[in-house]
Design a protein. Structure first.
Length: 458
């Protein structure tokens, strides 16, 4: 008899796991309360990157004068190209809904049953959905996470907002104060600056994107400030208050920032508080994340977990891989444990920041025995044609020449990182990259050029 599998959560970790399990003949049920695709599709990754895609077009158009572009005979400048913000947000929501429906259709075609409602563990082999009980040989927890809220800055969905609430606005914020300079804060700060808002980015650290490559973060910080974004570094928001006309953000030192809206981007918390983990004996860490090993097992036999509810790495591609690994393991298939050293990630700012493997911090601290090279994008012929001056390609390799890490800062970094991720995954040598043909002219040519400069001459 085929195994019965219940997945709680229909995001990337959940639906990818369900598809794998169905492929191997299991009877699969996905329980989801907020829509298939989860937050990643409906309120996070897909919506935010859709908005950012538009902001990139607007931003490029407004600085295209040096390329010879003229609008009604005039050199384009800030504000030349604008957006219908209500229409933009409606497109964002429509696209997210369409993606959700596509995933749901794919699940049903694979034979997966979808149950709408809140799933909760009521034992090591049973899930409750309202008054219904689902028995399972294997359970996967993939409930994701939600925006962290501060008691002194409670979102109201109108003026004080989380990143999930931005798409209800029908007009572009006149002055947006973004609290939090991590990935989410930096992405939205850059996007709204390009769209025409005045933006103030409040950072508790000395620079933006403190977890990213220092050189990359420095490039982005300079670019954003050149485009008009204001940075309030090394301070925290003590409180956010709504007024008749907007918001007041009070900082730790007592000073105040005034804006029309405030976006709170201060991290996320796992959706595990009403999951029934205690009833099933599933261990959580101090922050409420489900504890898992590298094949997604919890401490309870037959219960696995994947995605943001585990706190392993808050990326959709990691969630999806955790879910697949869980099902391969549960169904007795050959499986390789999750290896975070080969995960590629991207910050969707403009320019984008993509990275994989060993970091500059690893090299500088001696954690990784490697050396690297940074090649400015401004020397690339294709970059010059497109008017790109900011960014670089950085590659790290061992003395043997084996590629162990990379960083790309470029408008298309999320695409350019792929060959470098392959190189890290497969243990390729810099000479493999250096001797592979690239198109001329192309931005990818800088990858081959950087690799050539890392060639060891005996």
């Amino acid at each position: 008899m085929p195994k019965s599998i219940v997945v709680i959560g229909g995001g990337p970790g959940g639906y990818e796991a369900a598809l794998v399990a169905a492929q191997f003949g299991a009877r699969v049920t996905v329980v989801e309360s907020g829509g298939i695709g989860g937050a990643a599709v409906l309120t996070d990754c897909v919506p935010s990157k859709t908005l950012i895609a538009t902001s990139e077009r607007v931003g490029r158009a407004n600085v295209s004068g040096e390329l010879g572009v003229r609008v009604a005979g005039q050199v384009p400048g800030p504000g030349t190209v604008s957006v219908d913000f209500g229409l933009l947000n409606q497109r964002v929501l429509d696209l997210a809904q369409a993606q959700s429906e596509d995933i749901a259709r794919r699940l049903r075609e694979a034979g997966v049953e979808i149950v709408e409602g809140h799933g909760r563990l009521v034992g090591p082999a049973q899930v409750a959905v309202a008054d219904k009980r689902l028995m399972a040989d294997v359970i996967l927890l993939a409930t994701g996470a939600r925006p962290r809220e501060l008691p002194s800055a409670v979102p109201d969905g109108e003026r004080i907002l989380t990143w999930q609430q931005l798409y209800t606005l029908d007009a572009l914020p006149e002055r947006l104060i973004v609290v939090g300079s991590g990935v989410t804060g930096a992405e939205f700060a850059g996007a709204y600056t390009a769209l025409g808002s005045e933006v103030v980015l409040v950072s508790s650290r000395e620079r933006v994107l403190p977890t990213q490559d220092h050189d990359a973060a420095e490039v982005l910080e300079v670019v954003l400030q050149q485009r008009g974004m204001e940075l309030a570094p090394q301070t925290r928001a003590h409180a956010v208050e709504r007024t008749d006309e907007g918001v007041i953000v009070t900082l730790q030192d007592g000073s105040q920032l005034f804006g029309s809206h405030c976006l709170m981007a201060v991290g996320a918390v796992p959706n595990t508080s009403d999951l029934g983990c205690a009833d099933a004996g599933v261990e959580l860490d101090e922050a409420g994340y489900v504890k898992v090993d590298r094949v997604s097992r919890t401490n309870v036999n037959g219960i696995y977990a994947a995605g943001d509810c585990t706190g392993v790495m808050p990326l959709a591609n990691v969630a999806a891989m955790q879910g697949r690994i869980a099902m391969w393991h549960a169904l007795g298939e050959a499986v390789s444990p999750l290896n975070l050293k080969v995960v590629s990630s991207n910050v969707f700012t403009d320019p984008q920041i993509a990275s994989v493997g060993v970091t500059q911090e690893d090299v500088d601290s001696g954690v990784a025995r490697a050396h690297g090279i940074k090649l400015p994008l401004a020397t690339n012929a294709r970059a010059k044609m497109q008017g790109l001056e900011d960014g670089f390609v950085k590659i790290f390799c061992r003395v043997s020449g084996t590629v162990v890490g990379a960083v790309v800062v470029a408008p298309s970094a999320s695409e350019l990182i792929y060959p470098l991720a392959l190189a890290v995954e497969l243990g390729l040598n810099v000479d493999d990259l250096a001797t592979t043909f690239t198109v001329y002219p192309s931005l990818s040519g800088s990858i081959a050029e950087a690799a050539r400069r890392l060639h060891q001459v005996d």
